[in-house]
Design a protein around this ligand. Structure first.
Ligand code: CTP
Length: 397
């Protein structure tokens, strides 16, 4: 997959820079065209001569070539690249990238890059575990960068712990898989629902639930990363979609969510319904705030909301896939299978609130995917991003 791809290899000043030479060789061997951008301190660890000889291109480090005044355009580089990999990424460079401190060629190139960016941190275990590093890495993740986690082992300090840059062979595999995945859903259209719905009671109150939308947003990012055009119909959440292939349609109530989903369902190849849709809504929405000075406690009468999954299940045509979620507290499998049938789904993703780390608000999830033929795949506790990868891998594309 790397043949002919334009890759920027960013090298920063850490001991692991010696591994960047192997990484560069592997990328070149796989047929990629590689432009090395190195920070000034990176040059203390590895010489530009070695890197330019291996890449067949002059190494870029400064904004200008000193004797000629030739400008090295980080903007052009950013546009040229199909991917950028920063390996090793030191705590300092990670901090600059996370906060837009553009004081060297590498960080300006990063800020100009339009392509996927991979970051392979390498540092001492205590630096790695410091809250500022952890927060900066989380920030990079939120920008859509792919973090290639360091491994644990003996470090340059002779201490043992997490902080070793991932091996070059593994980094190449991650980049290769990215390019492979990137085209696996090209041309596909996907509808995803996410988050809670809010059912209005009066101008200041609603009936809602604890859904954060994290699972649905992770699914949307993963499908978009693979080349799909995603319509994300989202209830009120505190999240932002990152990938440009995601169109977010913000809704509040179940009825609004149903209307938006029905309007685009005919145009999509598949729909993944991860929203926690409120089953009931107040019969009456009060125009004015319900006041406290009542003799009686107000009674809120509820009516049934539409079942979006069942509605789409009824509209589903041959070739379309419909994937639902089931969040259960008891009798989990039987309930999930009953929902799969009743809503005419192709697959249902079951999470049990009895499992620690699964369900609402968490960054992790533990799910079992059940299909119409009764086949079950139980996944271990994973990050919601990894669960999204596993679920999308199970789709027929
Ligand atoms: N769902 C939906 N519309 C609803 C309720 C649920 O589209 N009004 C979808 C959810 O997005 C999920 C699946 O149906 O994909 C199952 O949701 P869940 O809340 O577990 O099921 P319910 O049908 O609401 O059943 P119950 O609340 O009785 O468990």
């Amino acid at each position: 997959m790397l043949k002919g791809k334009h890759i920027i290899l960013g090298i920063t000043g850490g001991i692991a820079a010696y591994k960047s030479v192997s990484l560069l060789r592997l990328l070149i061997k796989a047929g990629a065209e590689v432009q090395v951008v190195i920070t000034p301190s990176g040059k203390e660890f590895i010489t530009p001569v070695t890197l330019s000889a291996l890449s067949g291109k002059p190494v870029v480090s400064e904004f200008f070539t000193a004797n000629t005044g030739e400008w090295h355009s980080h903007v052009d580089l950013g546009l040229w690249a199909d991917a950028m990999i920063i390996a090793p990424a030191t705590a300092s460079t990670i901090g600059k990238m996370a906060n837009g401190v553009a004081d060297n060629m590498l960080v300006t190139t990063y800020l100009s890059a339009k392509s996927q960016v991979f970051v392979a941190p390498a540092m001492d275990l205590d630096m790695m575990a410091h809250p500022s590093t952890v927060a900066n890495i989380e920030r990079l993740r939120s920008y859509g960068n792919i973090i290639i986690e360091p491994t644990s082992g003996e470090l340059a300090s002779h201490l043992t712990g997490k902080g070793r840059m991932e091996e070059p062979e593994e980094i190449v595999k991650v980049i290769d898989r990215y390019f492979e995945a990137q085209c696996s859903m090209a041309g596909k259209r996907v509808l995803i629902t996410a988050g809670p719905t809010y059912e209005r009671l009066d101008p200041v109150r609603f009936i809602g639930n604890y859904s954060s939308g994290k699972m649905g947003y992770a699914l949307a990012e993963e499908a978009a990363r693979r080349g799909a055009k995603v319509t994300l119909v989202s209830g009120p959440v505190a999240l932002k979609a990152v990938h440009p292939n995601i169109e977010v349609i913000a809704v509040e109530s179940a009825v609004e969510m149903r209307d938006k989903c029905v309007a685009c369902f005919a145009d999509v190849d598949m729909a993944i319904l991860s929203a926690a849709v409120a089953d009931y809504a107040p019969v009456e929405v009060q125009e004015r705030k319900i006041k406290r000075e009542h003799d009686d406690v107000p009674v809120i009468k509820l009516k049934k909301n539409p079942d979006i999954a069942a509605t789409l299940g009824g509209l589903k045509r041959a070739g379309q896939q419909l994937i639902g979620f089931a969040l259960e507290t008891d009798n989990e499998k039987a309930n999930a299978i009953e929902k799969l049938r009743r809503k005419n789904l192709d697959k249902i993703v079951l999470n049990s609130l009895r499992d620690a780390g699964a369900g609402f608000g968490t960054d992790t999830n533990k799910v079992t995917v059940i299909d119409v033929a009764g086949k079950e795949v139980a996944l271990p506790l994973m990050s919601k991003a990894d669960v999204a990868v596993a679920i999308i891998d199970m789709l027929n594309v």
